[in-house]
Design a protein around this ligand. Structure first.
Ligand SMILES: Cc1cc2nc3c(=O)[nH]c(=O)nc-3n(C[C@H](O)[C@H](O)[C@H](O)COP(=O)(O)OP(=O)(O)OC[C@H]3O[C@@H](n4cnc5c(N)ncnc54)[C@H](O)[C@@H]3O)c2cc1C
Length: 408
């Protein structure tokens, strides 16, 4: 296990600069166009695939970086390039993590390559958990998975919503209820293979920001998948359900704690995305404030503007430190005794929203137009306080962890 350090090593610096080059030269010039088109930027994903930036190998390498900084560094650079395009590139990773976390070696080997496709024919994947009546409250999930023992098949029925890449994905990972009496402990994840009958895209959402990323409903009508598509396999599921039933009387603490630890480890990655967007907006604002002249001097000559920039940079650096700390803790296996993962996501996402709004103010009228990118960055930043748990849910998790009380 690596000691915590803020110094990136030579390999990390090389990867960071390589990603920054892609973000600067490929993503940025394409950002406004795909935001306006509100479509998945397939050519950019393809370019990323050719360079090795869109591949499981690359993310696995970053994930296993012993310092814990590989993933936050990657997310920051890509989202610094453009949030909508970046989410189109890393969205498949969310589904891939679902398979890696719960699947068998065979399932990982079979499905992950199909999620990414190949460099000439790239594919994407979707992770479908949220439902119209089950957002923050995952236990309200209704999509059912029923086992048809005679055919060794699972039958899925329900409607998923907000799925990144939903309906356009080659492979969908769907979370469904297998035992309604167990709340969120009665859920299981399933692979829905390409072209499975019964799975269709519902409405595609027209969004405020990250518009290059496709978000849609996914409708499941008598979707039949082979028994082998249950992630982890039937035997493991039966054991887990039996344990959950036993513990239901004792409050199910261990099961809940295991799920919480997974979220604590993944939330810093979203924090790092927010740091990337915030840094991009801050850099635009700094440059503008130093060159735009009013009253015969650059606008940064006014304390009112300069102090805003000082605060923006301070908060971005603080956010990055929280993200790096939590990512290192996850890699080092340190217990999140103060919900440090949630803390990092909360602070970084709120910082991105605030900093991008300040950037618009500093650019004045120009900041409010689509001629300058801070307008887009501000729209994009609003997502970070919503997905992967809203800011209110992060505060709930932190408060519960600190107090040990069932804060509502
Ligand atoms: C662009 C986008 C992409 C997404 N991608 C995916 C994806 O790929 N896969 C997927 O499964 N989901 C995805 N989501 C869903 C996302 O995770 C949910 O939107 C999020 O969890 C919030 O759920 P909700 O929208 O139903 O809000 P709600 O849960 O209805 O919350 C509404 C408001 O009430 C507040 N609130 C709720 N409960 C409490 C409480 N106990 N205490 C205090 N306040 C509370 C919330 O903070 C929020 O302000 C995506 C969403 C968006 C917008």
């Amino acid at each position: 296990m690596a000691e915590f350090t803020l110094d990136l090593n030579e390999d990390q610096k090389q990867v960071r600069d390589w990603l920054n080059g892609f973000a600067r030269n490929v993503m940025r010039p394409a950002a406004a166009e795909w935001d306006e088109r509100e479509e998945t930027p397939w050519p950019v994903i393809q370019e990323a695939a050719k360079l090795g930036i869109y591949s499981l190998d690359f993310y696995a390498q970053q994930f296993f970086d012993p310092t814990g900084l590989g993933i936050p560094m990657t997310m920051e650079e890509l989202f610094w390039g453009d949030a909508g395009i970046a989410l189109s590139i890393v969205g498949t990773g969310l589904a891939a993590v679902g398979v890696i976390a719960n699947g068998t070696e065979e399932q990982i080997g079979t499905w992950i390559p199909q999620m990414y496709g190949d460099t000439d024919d790239v594919k994407v994947a979707a992770f479908c958990s949220s439902e119209p009546d089950a957002g923050s409250d995952v236990s309200a999930m209704r999509t059912r998975a029923v086992y048809d023992e005679a055919r060794d098949e699972w039958v899925l029925n329900g409607t998923k919503t907000w799925a990144t890449n939903g309906g356009i994905a080659n492979v969908h990972v769907v979370v469904a209820v297998v035992d309604p009496d167990l709340g969120s402990k009665g859920h299981a994840s399933f692979i829905v293979p390409p072209r499975t009958p019964g799975l269709s895209q519902g409405q595609k959402f027209r969004k405020h920001g990250i518009r290059a990323s496709h978000t849609a409903e996914v409708v499941l009508e008598d979707v039949r998948v082979p028994g082998t598509c249950l992630l982890g396999g039937k035997e493991k599921l039966d054991e887990r359900l039996a344990r959950a039933r036993e513990r239901a009387g004792a409050g199910g603490e261990r099961v809940r704690n295991a799920a919480m630890a997974t979220f604590e480890a993944s939330r810093p990655a979203v924090g790092a995305m927010a740091v990337g967007t915030a840094r991009a907006a801050y850099e635009e604002a700094l440059e503008y404030a130093m060159t735009r002249e009013q009253f015969g001097r650059p606008v940064i000559d006014n304390q009112g503007v300069a102090f805003q920039l000082a605060d923006m940079r301070t908060q971005i650096d603080a956010a990055r430190l929280l993200v790096w700390r939590a990512s290192w803790m996850a890699t080092a296996g340190k217990p999140f005794t103060a919900a440090e993962g949630s803390m990092s996501k909360l602070f970084a996402s709120e910082t991105a929203k605030k900093v991008t709004a300040q950037a618009i103010q500093i650019l004045g009228g120009n900041g409010y137009t689509r001629e300058y990118p801070v307008e887009r960055m501000h729209r994009d930043a609003a997502i970070y306080t919503i997905f992967e748990g809203t800011s209110e849910i992060q505060r709930l998790v932190i408060a519960r962890t600190l107090s040990g009380m069932p804060i509502r």
